[in-house]
Design a binder for this molecule. Sequence first.
Ligand code: PNS
Length: 162
Amino acid sequence: MSKALYPGSFDPITYGHLDVVQRAQKLFTQLTVAVVENPRKAPLFNTTERKALVEKALDEMGIADVPVITYSGLLIECAKGLGVTAVVRGLRAMSDFDYEFQMALTNRDLDSGVESVFLMTAGRYSFLSSSIVKEVKQYGGDTSKFVPRCVERALEKKFGLA
Ligand code: PNS
């Protein structure tokens, strides 16, 4: 059985992330999404809110059998605790590469038993990021092409637009 973990900040989850979930589901027999703290980022949504949004977004997309957990600490410890052999990350443009390369090799040094697996998002999401979505919505723009309705509603509430 090939178990994988898809970690990220998911602040908030976008169609780009959901595209990676669907691709990963085809490759692994069990996929878990982990909402993990990124010490380099100050999130808009707290961990509980982000987890709930991931769950609602999966539900809205009709994606089943993907448990969502939260984790605070080293990603590799989370992966080992779950007994996964792969950590899945989405790759968009070359700009992602340096950061992902650094993380993957550090994680491999910490535990060589867990491989990082990179999946290319669909071309239409290759520019998409949670930060861009937040910026567009903050100024009242239409984010319906970028995030599911439940996420749009949560952003509107957060920015006092609802
Ligand atoms: O969606 P993001 O913000 O790009 O996800 C980054 C994340 C959360 C996967 C990364 O920051 C992380 O692994 N955080 C946990 C702390 C950790 O293990 N750091 C060392 C990895 S090199």
